[in-house]
Design a protein around this ligand. Structure first.
Ligand code: NDP
Length: 259
C-alpha cells in the first residue's frame, strides 16, 4: 500500500466548495480520504461534492459559517456523525481584502469582519478538531493534522490590505504554537502560504492586464497557481509520511518569494 494512501482517514476542509479548498478536497478524496466540506452556501457545497463523484473517498457537506462558534460545533458534530472520526482539519475558509484603502481610513467594521472569518474562524475549527483529536489520543489513537491556509501576505508589507495580512500572520503564529502544544498527542500543525492562485477571490484582479503585466515577470514558473497545485501538499500532510513535519509554513508560489 502506498504511503500516500489515505483510505479510512477523514478530513474536514472549510471553504472546500471552491478555489484552493476544492483543489485540496479533490486530491484527498482521490487518495481515498473521506472528505467533509464546510461552506456557507449549500448549493456550492453540493456542486463541489458532485465534482468528486466516483472518488475513492466518500464526500459529505455541511453548511457552516466558520466565524460562528456554534455553527462550527454543529458542523463538527455532523461530520463525526457521518464518519465517526476526524483525522485532519484544513482551515482554509477566508475572505480577501476587497477594495484596498489607506490604513487611516480602515473602518472598525472592516477590521472586525476580516478577523471574524480569517482568524476567529481558524480558532473555532482548530479548537473543535483539537478537542476531538486529543480525546482520541487519550484512548490510544494518536493521529491528527491541523493545516491552515495562510498567505504570502503574512510575510510581506502588504500595504492597504493590512487587516488581511495581520490575520494571516496570526495564522502562522497559531500553527507554530499548536505544533508545540499538541505534538505529544500525535497532532501536527502547519500553515500553507499560497502565492497568486486563480480562484473567485482573485478573478477580479487577474482580469486586470496591468496587474498581470506587473506580476507575471516576478513568477519564475510564469503562470498563476491553480487550486490543483495544492493537492500534493494536502495529501502529504494528511499522510503518515509527514509525521515528523510540524510547525512549518509551506510557501507554494511558483518561486515568487525567491525572486
Ligand atoms: P475562494 O473565494 O475561491 O474560496 C473561499 C472559500 O471560503 C469559499 O469556499 C467560501 O465558501 C469559504 N468561506 C468564506 N467565508 C466563509 C465563512 N465565514 N465560513 C465558511 N466558509 C467561508 O478563495 P480562495 O480559494 O482563493 O481562498 C482560499 C484561502 O486561500 C483563503 O483563506 C485565502 O485567504 C487564501 N489565499 C488565497 C490566495 C489566492 O491567490 N487565491 C493567496 C493567498 C491566500 P462560501 O462562500 O460558500 O462560504
Amino acid at each position: 500500500m502506498s504511503i500516500f494512501d489515505l483510505t479510512g482517514r477523514v478530513a474536514v476542509i472549510t471553504g472546500g466548495n471552491g478555489g484552493i479548498g476544492l483543489g485540496i478536497a479533490q486530491a484527498l478524496a482521490a487518495a481515498g480520504c473521506n472528505v467533509s466540506i464546510w461552506g456557507r452556501n449549500a448549493d456550492k457545497n453540493k456542486a463541489a461534492a458532485a465534482t468528486m463523484a466516483g472518488a475513492k473517498g466518500k464526500i459529505d457537506t455541511h453548511v457552516c459559517d466558520v466565524s460562528d462558534a456554534a455553527s462550527v460545533k454543529a458542523a463538527m458534530a455532523a461530520t463525526l456523525g457521518s464518519f465517526g472520526r476526524v483525522d485532519g482539519c484544513f482551515a482554509n475558509a477566508g475572505i480577501g481584502g476587497g477594495g484596498r484603502r489607506a490604513f487611516i481610513d480602515r473602518t472598525e467594521e472592516e477590521w472586525r469582519t476580516m478577523f471574524a472569518t480569517n482568524l476567529d474562524g481558524v480558532f473555532h475549527v482548530f479548537q473543535a478538531a483539537a478537542r476531538h483529536m486529543t480525546e482520541r489520543a487519550a484512548s490510544g489513537d494518536a493521529f491528527g493534522r491541523l493545516v491552515a491556509t495562510s498567505s504570502l501576505a503574512s510575510l510581506f508589507g502588504t500595504a492597504r490590505n493590512e487587516h488581511y495580512a495581520a490575520t494571516k500572520a496570526g495564522i502562522n503564529a497559531l500553527c507554530r504554537a499548536l505544533a508545540v502544544e499538541l505534538a505529544r498527542h500525535g497532532v501536527t500543525a502547519n500553515a500553507i502560504l499560497p502565492g497568486w492562485i486563480k480562484s473567485d477571490m482573485t478573478a477580479g484582479i487577474m482580469a486586470n492586464d496591468k496587474f498581470v503585466a506587473n506580476v507575471m515577470p516576478r513568477i519564475p514558473v510564469r503562470r498563476f497557481g491553480e487550486p490543483s497545485d495544492f493537492g500534493g501538499i494536502a495529501v502529504y500532510l494528511m499522510s503518515k509520511a509527514s509525521s515528523y513535519h510540524t510547525a512549518d509554513c509551506f510557501v507554494i508560489d511558483g518561486g515568487y518569494t525567491a525572486f
